[in-house]
Design a protein around this ligand. Structure first.
Ligand code: IPE
Ligand code: IPE
Ligand code: MG
Length: 262
């Protein structure tokens, strides 16, 4: 179905900062880990809802480089939940043609979580319907550091050229997201209005929706409402509103990717 006039098409890539598990649990007098357990239920609901809405790619911020500083018990519980989630979801992901990807310093995850992750990534590598990206041990600044290091190492080894970094596209080849499109829509739940080191450079032209709903309560209706909010916006990429609504020669319309920006 073609989009109604003045509505953006469905976002191809939605990224979510899943926040509020701890507060959800505290409000009910439950341990924080119970909030994370309920958060995993929301992951299931929202991944299915995203697929049903026709969203091809979903990135979920599951664990940040800063989250290691939480109590050891909580960190251990989160890693165990990740393992269980992957073990339970693997068959369904293959059935539903969902390819799993991960961004972040994956090598530094605990061995069991890492191997469950790598196993599911390999098992779903052939799936072409949808992509689920888990940001794990992820930090945007760490990502930029890792990219700069990879680029410099490439230049030293002769596999990259200094001129590659004359354009953003050339440098972005070294990011974790080198083969993923930028997010169209970034959602953060729980009423916080910050990015907490998530996809800082990829979100340069993303649209943002901040929902007051805590992640364990975030479901299909909330996702649909965020997407509907997104679709009513105008993405201008530095152009004027007039240029966007009446694109002349050489100017891409609002539904096309932004012109290359250095
Ligand atoms: C998000 O919920 C999950 C992770 C960061 C792993 P929080 O655990 O941050 O929940 P709040 O912010 O304490 O409510
Ligand atoms: C961001 O949430 C990280 C994830 C959702 C995984 P946090 O709860 O860690 O962020 P801050 O500390 O409130 O900024
Ligand atoms: Mg939080």
């Amino acid at each position: 179905m073609s989009p109604a006039p003045n509505l953006l098409p469905m976002p191809a890539h939605v990224a979510i900062i899943m926040d509020g598990n701890g507060r959800w649990a505290r409000q009910r007098g439950l341990p924080r880990l119970e909030g994370h357990r309920r958060g995993v239920e929301s992951v299931r609901t929202v991944t299915h809802a995203a697929r049903a809405l026709g969203i091809r790619m979903l990135t979920l911020y599951a664990f940040s480089v800063e989250n290691w500083r939480r109590p050891e018990e909580e960190v251990g519980g989160l890693m165990a939940l990740l393992e269980t989630f992957l073990a339970l979801e693997k068959a369904g992901m293959i059935r539903d043609q969902v390819r799993l990807r991960a961004i972040g310093r994956i090598d530094a995850l605990p061995p069991r979580a890492r191997s469950a992750l790598l196993d599911t990534i390999a098992a779903t590598a052939h799936c072409t319907g949808h992509t689920l990206v888990l940001a794990l041990n992820y930090g945007a600044r760490t990502e930029v550091l890792d990219a700069a290091r990879a680029f410099a190492a490439g230049v030293a080894a002769g596999t990259a050229r200094l001129e590659d970094a004359d354009t953003w596209e050339g440098f972005a080849r070294h990011l974790y997201t080198h083969d993923l499109p930028d997010p169209d829509l970034v959602i953060r739940t729980s009423g916080e209005t910050r990015l907490s080191n998530f996809l800082l450079v990829q979100s340069a032209y993303a649209e943002f929706v901040f929902s007051p709903v805590l992640w364990p309560e975030f479901g299909r209706a909330e996702l649909e409402s965020a997407v509907n909010d997104y679709r009513r916006r105008e993405r201008r990429y530095g152009l004027t509103g007039e240029q966007v609504s009446h694109p002349g020669p050489g100017i891409s319309s609002q539904t096309e990717p932004a012109p290359a920006i250095i």
